[in-house]
Design a protein around this ligand. Structure first.
Ligand SMILES: C[S@@+](CC[C@H](N)C(=O)[O-])C[C@H]1O[C@@H](n2cnc3c(N)ncnc32)[C@H](O)[C@@H]1O
Length: 354
């Protein structure tokens, strides 16, 4: 067997595996750094010595020094040997320390942590029916999902609304908006903040997420125009000018049923805004030329597809469905118009109309 082994390829492959192992360990360190407030101390106090950082964060100094060295070795923070101090650059602080920044990402590591925490239940799902419902995951997943998308919604949502046909003017004047599968409500709050004349309803079948969303709306001061109700995608009341699905349609058991229900609850000239993970329609191209495919496929087998399989119909579209398959969903649900309104490296922004 060794006779057929190409040493260079073996080495290259091993390097890749070690890179992935390192990446997962570094994600763990980032998750911890955010949870313990270590990045925030570094951003406020840096450059600072390990003992000062540990004291400010209320953490054990020996463990903090080890964490700091891990972060410095990973290139995330800098070390000055002359005075034994560590520092965070302004750019790193935006991504790791400042949760109001449009590129803040550290807290999304909760989702990565949930993958590991849910290992035993997911293993059982793989060996069984494939079903693992949203509510049966570690709560870390709900927070991680919120922070995975929240910064991007704040940054891009106004552009996405502007890319839809005539919707921005309606929302500016005052419209009724539903956000289905709203999770912790980040997109509801972003819309309620940007369009003070409009009212936004967030619906999700996961009651604990709705409770958190209500808290978030209070913190953001938008409770007068952002309302949250626990309801499934085929069971919310009201009629709307705009119905949104943010990174959730593919998680649902019956995406066609959810799209059809939305059509029945749209005003005649209403719009569906569908935001889904970026994917290429050509399967091989998607596997080889879409840089976000590895992350989304791993999230898909760990969370999205098992969640869909836990619900009636169990379509399991997956987090890499792509525009062509999503178009079919909306055609089957009776929509006559469907187009890509915008895209980002992470998302496809699609518009569907009755
Ligand atoms: C990946 S999360 C996205 C949450 C939120 N839209 C966001 O972007 O942060 C998927 C959400 O869909 C919700 N969900 C899944 N199936 C649902 C269903 N059939 N009806 C209502 N909500 C559902 C889950 O509870 C979860 O909050």
């Amino acid at each position: 067997m060794t006779a057929h082994v190409d040493e260079a390829r073996l080495e290259e492959y091993m390097r890749r595996i070690l890179g992935y192992m390192t990446g997962s360990a570094v994600c763990y360190g980032i998750w911890l750094g955010d949870e313990l407030g270590l990045y925030r101390v570094l951003a406020e106090e840096g450059p600072a010595r390990p003992d000062e950082i540990a004291a400010k964060a209320g953490c054990n100094p020996r463990l903090v020094r080890e964490w700091l060295d891990g972060q410095a070795a990973s290139g995330l923070i800098s070390y000055d040997a002359d005075d034994d101090s560590y520092d965070l650059s302004g750019e790193a602080a935006m991504i790791l320390a400042d949760d109001t920044s449009p590129v803040f990402t550290a807290r999304a590591m909760n989702a990565v942590g949930a993958f590991y925490a849910d290992f035993d239940t997911l293993t059982a799902a793989f060996r069984g029916t494939g079903a693992l419902g949203w509510a049966d995951h570690s709560p870390r997943l709900f927070e991680g999902t919120e922070w995975m998308f929240r910064s991007g919604y704040r940054l891009y949502l106004p552009d996405w609304i502007a890319a839809l046909d005539g919707v921005q003017a309606k929302l500016a004047a005052g419209a009724r908006v539903a956000d289905v599968g709203c999770g912790h409500g980040a997109s509801v709050i972003a819309m309620a903040s940007a369009f003070p004349n409009s009212r936004v309803w967030g619906f999700d079948f996961h009651q604990p997420s709705i409770a958190t969303a209500r808290k978030r709306a209070e913190e953001a001061g938008v409770t007068a125009r952002a309302t949250f109700e626990a309801a499934p995608a085929n069971g919310y009341p009201g009629s709307f000018d705009l119905i949104c699905f943010f990174d959730c349609l593919h998680d649902m058991g019956d995406p066609v049923g959810a799209a059809r229900y939305a059509r029945e609850h749209l005003e005649p000239d209403g719009t569906v805004l569908l935001v889904e993970p970026f994917a290429l329609d050509d399967h091989v191209a998607n596997l080889t030329a879409n840089p976000v495919a590895p992350l989304f496929f791993h999230a898909s087998f760990a969370v999205c597809a098992p969640n869909s399989l836990s619900q009636p119909v169990g379509a399991a579209l997956g987090a890499q469905a792509g525009e062509a398959r999503l178009r079919k969903v909306f055609e089957e649900a009776g929509y006559t118009r469907f187009r890509r309104a915008a895209e980002t490296p992470l998302n496809l922004i699609l518009e569907a109309r009755p």
